[in-house]
Design a protein. Structure first.
Length: 208
């Protein structure tokens, strides 16, 4: 099933005027932050732009295509980005940290949406904005797919920067996910300051 904007149009038809899609990147990695993005579509959004046909779940795009679409989305959508670091993830757990990143993304929009579309099956607690969770939404709903691209590119930039700070781990390549190379580096070097200490196998390693 292709991505389209029928969901947003149905929400607009109910009288809502500021609809946003939200998605996150970085729940699974062993290191670095979780990043959420919020892409708001106003009721008078121009759906004729050809670039919209290129937008899809960030995981199905090449890095080059994601970066191109990142620039387009940042220009054409109203975007908010929220980030929660590894220390907070360890403190409150990844699910709550993801919700917090999403709330930060909404707050950073600069305008309050009146309807939120989420990827997945969970709603953001205590948000006080109408929400709908859509399983597989990042591959079905335009605004959620746009948010997934912003979140992914933003987090990848952070992990590339951390790769320069901690060159023993290869963050710039695997972005903190538990690849074979990453796990081998952990066994050899132990955990570094940006690893999530609550995650296995990090919790069993000595930390610098």
């Amino acid at each position: 099933m292709a991505i389209d904007y029928n969901i947003e149009k149905k929400v607009f038809a109910k009288g809502y005027k500021r609809v946003c899609g939200i998605d996150e990147a970085g729940r699974g990695p062993l290191a670095g932050p979780v990043v959420a993005a919020c892409a708001l579509i106003p009721v008078d959004f121009d759906y004729s732009q050809v670039e919209l046909d290129l937008i899809k779940d960030s995981k199905k795009l090449t890095e080059k295509r994601r970066e191109y679409l990142y620039g387009f989305i940042m220009k054409k959508f109203k975007v908010g980005i929220g980030e929660v670091g590894h220390e907070k993830i360890d403190e409150i757990n990844i699910l709550q940290a993801t919700f917090l990143a999403m709330k930060k993304a909404i707050a950073n929009l600069g305008i309050k949406p009146d309807y939120v579309l989420l990827d997945g099956n969970l709603l953001i607690p205590d948000l006080y904005i109408r929400q709908t969770a859509i399983i597989g939404g990042d591959n079905l709903v335009l605004s959620i797919a746009a948010a997934s691209i912003i979140a992914k590119v933003t987090r990848d930039k952070t992990m590339k920067r951390l790769g320069k700070l901690y060159p023993l781990y290869g963050f710039e390549k695997h972005k903190g996910y538990g690849t074979k190379r990453h796990k081998e580096a952990l066994v050899k070097n132990g955990a570094c300051p940006v690893h999530r200490k609550s995650y296995a196998p990090i919790k069993n390693l000595a930390c610098d």
